[in-house]
Design a protein around this ligand. Structure first.
Ligand code: XLS
Ligand code: NI
Ligand code: NI
Length: 435
């Protein structure tokens, strides 16, 4: 029995369509810069928000109506969710999904029981993957909900909590491998602090590095070829999370000799919590050759927390796709909707409206980004802005051929540099030609 008998596979109907359950822009097979939209965007649906989100917030109970959950709990509920999830992904035409160990299967009373329940569900996931052709973008371990991680997981003050966390990651890596996952994400929800009075920061950072090195070793041991990602976020639930932004993550990875083993999984709402734009984070990661994947969502300007809304802003998606195209496109990563419907949007059909909107917003961003690139004026402007580096003194500096003495001689001879406008407003207008 399908959970959504009245919803057919969402079709591309074009920009003129008034059908809310159709794509206006996402045309999976349409070619852009030599690849299909599906290949560029690699859309992924997340298990945690889509299946487990019930609308609970700090002030109120869950609101979500999920008829397929009626009367069920524990492992029975977990089993019932699997086919519904794949029905949603399949009807959306999303080729990928992502999950935490404890979203797909419940917490057991013991680690052994948790692992058994996870195995039970992994069998069902595997069968659904086979049936639908939907693939796992990445797996992860949930190391933040249980009280044992109150002081952190890899950065806990208690070595026994650290051990428990590694055991969970070991198992999560095994099942991700078993399911043919293309990646594995580390997001350190509790890897930070609430008070520096009780925190040995240096020791905690060293432990986090140890934890990741052990994961790298185990990955090798089991022959898992997927890409490791680290997902920056500055705070929430902790006051400060060590993986605070792309630059902090890169610095940490370099300091602890992990840079070759992990790329970044960037999330829009985390970027804004860090006081950055998503474009900034993507450029920081891209420039370092570490742009792995994105958790596509958005915050709300009026709210200062991780609201995880579906992305609908065309400027945002255009900026994201300009960076993705600039750095050569996704390889193992994709556009993963780490986003949830609002508490007020409690009907099952809202899950479709939300994903259709996000997919269409990214498809538009892709089309606009490709048009800006084909037009060439933006690139030409930037290239021209740096032209003094292409020859003469600039080229010599870049090549490392000269030093302070020669540069002083040049400055004495050349005199004042000629100032040119940065033309920000002109460029903003140019971008608007395409939006
Ligand atoms: C939370 C994070 C989380 C990760 C996966 O803010 O975005 O959902 O993506 O653990
Ligand atoms: Ni998040
Ligand atoms: Ni995320």
């Amino acid at each position: 029995m399908p959970a959504f008998p009245d919803i057919a596979k969402i079709a591309y109907e074009g920009p003129q369509s008034k059908n809310p359950l159709a794509f206006k822009h996402y045309d999976a097979n349409a070619l852009i810069e030599g690849k299909t939209m599906a290949e560029h965007l690699r859309f992924s649906v997340v298990y945690w928000h889509t299946m487990c989100g019930n609308g609970t917030d700090m002030f109120g109970w869950g609101t979500a109506q999920r008829p397929w959950e009626a009367g069920l709990s524990g492992i029975d509920l977990a089993k019932a969710r699997v086919p519904v999830f794949f029905e949603i992904c399949e009807k959306l035409g999303a080729p990928y999904y992502a999950f935490h160990d404890r979203d797909v299967a419940p917490h057991g009373a013991t680690l052994k029981q948790s692992n058994q329940w996870l195995d039970t569900i992994v069998k069902l996931l595997k069968a659904q993957q086979k049936k639908t052709g939907i693939k796992l973008l990445w797996g992860t371990a949930q190391l933040f909900a249980h009280p044992r991680y109150a002081h952190g997981a890899a950065t806990s003050c208690d070595a026994n909590a650290f051990a428990y966390a590694t055991a969970q990651v070991k198992k999560a890596l095994e099942v991700t491998h078993e399911l043919g996952g293309e990646g594995y994400t580390f997001w350190g929800g509790r890897e930070g602090y609430s008070s520096l009075w009780n925190t040995d920061m240096k020791r905690e950072l060293e432990h986090l590095a140890k934890f990741l090195h052990m994961a790298v070793a185990y990955k090798k041991e089991i022959g898992f070829k997927g890409q490791f990602y680290i997902e920056p976020k500055p705070k929430e639930p902790t006051k400060h999370q060590y993986d605070s932004d792309a630059a902090a993550c890169l610095n940490f990875l370099r300091e602890y000799d992990l840079i070759d083993h992990l790329k970044l999984n960037l999330e829009t709402n985390h970027a804004t919590l860090a006081g950055h734009s998503m474009q900034h984070e993507m450029e920081v990661a891209g420039a370092a050759g570490a742009l792995g994947s994105i958790d596509a969502n958005t915050g709300d300007l009026m709210l200062g927390w991780d609201t995880d809304q579906f992305p609908t802003d065309i400027y945002l998606t255009t900026q994201c796709m300009l960076s993705v195209l600039k750095y050569g496109g996704f390889t193992t990563g994709g556009v993963n909707f780490d986003a949830k419907v609002r508490r007020e949007s409690f009907e099952p059909v809202d899950l479709f409206h939300a994903h259709i909107g996000g997919m269409d917003a990214f498809a538009r961003g892709l089309k606009i980004a490709a048009a800006i690139r084909a037009d060439g004026r933006l690139d030409a402007f930037v290239k021209n802005r740096y032209r003094t580096w292409d020859s003469g003194i600039g080229k010599d500096i870049e090549k490392g051929k000269i030093g302070f003495k020669q540069l002083e001689a040049h400055a004495l001879k050349f005199g004042e540099p000629k100032l040119e406008s940065g033309r920000q407003e002109f460029l903003e207008n140019l971008i608007n030609e395409f939006i």
